[in-house]
Write a protein that binds this ligand. Structure first.
Ligand SMILES: [Fe+2]
Length: 259
């Protein structure tokens, strides 16, 4: 891939706060993936991010996410209602549940405050703690269910994102785990548009390695290009978030994508 952009990892340890309006993004836990010396095993956990509405007040978080009623509730309406409170993007693996709870508490968020959990894809290091959030709506890959287990149809596709709020969208970004992976895009932070991309990007600098872990490399290549075209910061599934820097072409030099 002839990358049209440069990327730089963001320094510092979690939590990494990217304040914004109407939504801030906090990277709570930084995922990792470390090959073991023998046998081909990998020790890994996924990154966990929190999207916080600017006007969310923990004291006002008393309105529960709708459960089975009314019958007419539509997916996007339910998601927009849920997005008025804290949103978790991925949960890490079950072995890290205590770390997740501590990181949430550090942001003043109790598990019961979380109104929506988005699981970017169905791998255990990304959705291993869904059980901590029985009161939240769950959007795991393309499966959307409200508390109590009511699954709602919706029209998410690569051409049609789900709009949760101003500048807050869920994108269909297939490839790594199959056809139903998703990413969360948050515009308007201090660092620009943040895309929490799950394993669309395994880590910063994964250009030579992501294909080996991909169910559909052609689709994932498409998803990666889409994310890089829009994001100012990418939160990958594992490792440090990274900035996306678009450099203006010099006069006489090849244009974007040309060589
Ligand atoms: Fe994965």
């Amino acid at each position: 891939m002839n990358s049209p952009v440069r990327t730089d990892p963001l320094p510092g340890d979690p939590p990494l706060l990217m304040p914004g309006a109407p939504y801030s993004v906090v990277v709570l836990l930084r995922g990792y993936a470390e090959p073991e010396k023998l046998g081909g095993a990998v020790r890994a956990d996924g990154s966990v991010s929190l999207v916080l509405p600017q006007d969310w007040d923990p004291a006002s978080n008393s309105t529960p996410v709708p459960q089975a009623e009314p019958q007419s509730v539509e997916a996007e309406t339910a998601l927009q209602e849920a997005a008025r409170g804290p949103i978790l993007v991925d949960t890490g693996g079950p072995w890290a549940s205590e770390a997740l709870l501590r990181a949430l508490a550090g942001q003043g968020v109790a598990p019961g405050d979380v109104r929506l959990v988005v699981g970017t894809h169905g791998h255990s290091d990304h959705i291993g703690n869904l059980g901590l959030f029985p009161g939240a709506a769950l959007l795991v890959s393309h499966d959307l269910c409200l508390p109590g287990g009511r699954y709602l149809p919706h029209a998410l596709s690569e051409e049609r994102p789900l709009r949760l709020g101003a500048g807050l969208e869920v994108w269909a970004t297939p490839g790594h785990g199959g056809q139903r992976d998703v990413s969360v895009a948050v515009a308007g932070t201090a660092l620009g548009t943040v895309v929490v991309a799950g394993d669309v990007f395994e880590r910063h600098g994964d250009e030579e390695s992501w294909q080996a872990l991909s169910e559909d490399p052609a689709a994932q290549e498409r998803s990666r290009r889409r994310v890089l075209a829009a994001a100012d910061v990418v939160v990958p599934g594992h490792g440090a978030p990274f900035r996306v820097i678009r450099e203006a072409p010099q006069p006489g030099s090849p244009g974007v994508g040309e060589k």
